[in-house]
Design a protein around this ligand. Structure first.
Ligand SMILES: Cc1cc2nc3c(=O)[nH]c(=O)nc-3n(C[C@H](O)[C@H](O)[C@H](O)COP(=O)(O)OP(=O)(O)OC[C@H]3O[C@@H](n4cnc5c(N)ncnc54)[C@H](O)[C@@H]3O)c2cc1C
Length: 453
């Protein structure tokens, strides 16, 4: 089984060495990281002001990070609940955040269409099945809470849920219209092509060693000076000097089946290309791919001591086996269907699970990230917001409650390792307890207390 993401089939998997930085240089804006955050920021800056000199520095190749590996849910999901946002910023700010995210899903599709990015964008919504009585209780609660905040989540009875996805043990579910499916790597590569077309510069194979006000230094010994410096390094932020405790790199892993036939799809569903999951505690996510496979992912891989990120951490055989077993159990129609790919990658989690975007007006250092597993759409919102901030605007976007949010640092080791891994294990234990007893138990309550969800 190739250890590379399905999404990288036919795509470039090495840096374009010809593009790497060969000497000192200057730009108006230098952006560190060639994922969605960096490229959306470059895109909106250049769209608003084509005279700007924007330079993106990428250590490996465009889409090397989570942007080239993810589940392809362009969703309005947010790791912090609206009630938490409302507690700090008030209910209007919480509602503004919900609608900004919903609009962002549409924005990604519109830009993809307008710029000719062939990324398979299909807004079929999200179906999340309730596959036990306890899950059904949570699903109903999610639909009720969603009504209060206008998040669009609707309860589905068992027949309605099965009509969307003919899974096993369906007791009901929820559906939310604010989500699209994409081919993640095609989106990030397409964005890079558009940025280059608009005369943005992208230097691949160019690792940044240190990020400071007005300049960055590369591992190759070069210096880039710029009026604005933007950090868009998500999980890798923890590898930059002085930032080890800013985010915890947590791994999400995925598997994919071979392409299914139209007859097999008739028996499964997802006719509108809905993305899917169920209401278990361990995060899972699936999609029907542009070439009619199922790509399915989830958390559960361990956090590594000292916030380390290594290629071998992408491959956790126990988690791959669990993902394949979970999907087969959910969809017994997959008997005899082969799994062809397995991969993973790190995402970034701040101590309070709160994503943030901002630009320090004194140092003109900007950043965005900490999206947990919800960054595909949020990175677009971040890019538009950073473009406004760099251009000095006071806009509806720059007034959203996540702008300028500062999360406290993670604990030093060993507490960080103990805490993050305990949270991950607890989610699995809560699901096991629920499967055994048929009811949410003490582990589920502990998990809610720990993560604030
Ligand atoms: C397996 C998986 C599944 C996911 N599924 C979903 C999903 O379905 N929906 C969703 O919304 N979110 C999902 N996410 C999260 C989402 O993919 C991310 O939030 C999003 O891609 C973050 O984009 P980014 O540009 O901020 O970071 P990244 O895409 O990680 O980009 C950071 C880039 O910075 C580069 N870099 C790092 N350090 C340096 C340095 N020192 N110098 C130069 N360059 C550097 C890296 O090489 C990388 O290319 C998933 C994540 C994973 C890993």
């Amino acid at each position: 089984m190739p250890p590379r993401p399905l999404w990288w089939e036919g795509a470039r998997t090495v840096a374009d060495q010809g593009s790497s930085l060969a000497g000192d240089t200057a730009a108006d804006v230098v952006i560190v990281g060639g994922g969605y955050t960096g490229l959306w920021t470059a895109y909106y800056l250049l769209r608003e002001d084509p005279s700007l000199d924007v330079l993106v520095l990428e250590a490996e190749h465009v889409g090397f990070g989570a942007s080239g590996r993810n589940g392809g849910w362009v969703s309005a999901l947010w790791p912090v609940g609206p009630e938490t946002v409302a507690r700090v910023h008030g209910p209007d700010a919480a509602r503004a955040m919900v609608s900004a995210l919903q609009e962002t899903v549409v924005e990604v599709g519109e830009v993809a269409r307008a710029e000719g990015i062939d990324c398979g964008f299909e807004q079929g919504g999200t179906v999340v099945l309730a596959r036990s009585r306890a899950q059904a209780t949570r699903a109903r609660a999610a639909a009720e809470a969603g009504q209060q905040w206008g998040d669009g989540t609707l309860w589905l009875d068992a027949a309605e849920a099965r009509e969307r996805l003919a899974a096993s043990d369906v007791h009901g579910g929820t559906w939310n219209p604010h989500c699209a499916r994409v081919h993640p790597r095609r989106l990030v590569d397409g964005l890079a092509a558009v940025v280059r077309r608009r005369r943005g510069r992208i230097a691949e194979g160019t690792r940044v060693h240190s990020v400071g006000p007005g300049s960055v230094h590369t591992a190759g010994g070069h210096r880039v000076t710029a009026r604005h410096v933007i950090r868009a390094t998500e999980a890798w932020t923890a590898t930059l000097p002085g930032r080890r405790r800013a985010v915890a790199p947590v791994y999400s892993l995925m598997v994919a089946t071979e392409p299914l036939t139209p007859a097999q799809w008739d028996g499964i569903g997802l006719a509108a290309r809905e993305v899917f999951a169920d209401h278990r505690h361990v995060i899972t996510y699936g999609q029907r791919t542009v070439d009619d496979r199922i790509a399915f992912g989830g958390r559960g891989a361990p956090y590594h001591w000292g916030s380390r990120i290594r290629p071998e951490f992408d491959r956790e055989q126990r988690v791959f086996a669990d993902l394949r077993a979970t999907l087969r159990q959910m969809l017994p129609q997959l008997e005899g269907v082969a799994f062809t790919h397995a991969w993973g990658g790190p995402l970034g989690i701040a101590r309070d699970w709160h994503p943030s975007v901002g630009l320090d007006p004194e140092t003109r250092l900007g950043w965005a990230g900490g999206y947990v597993g919800d960054g595909v759409a949020a990175s677009n919102l971040a890019g538009r917001t950073l473009a406004d901030l760099v251009r000095g605007g006071d806009t509806a976007l720059t007034r959203l409650p996540w702008v300028g949010h500062r999360s406290r640092a993670w604990e030093p080791e060993p507490l960080r390792w103990l805490g993050v891994n305990a949270g991950l294990r607890l989610a699995e234990a809560a699901d096991r307890e629920e499967a055994r007893t048929g009811r949410p138990g003490v582990q589920a309550r502990l998990l809610t207390a720990l993560t604030g969800h």
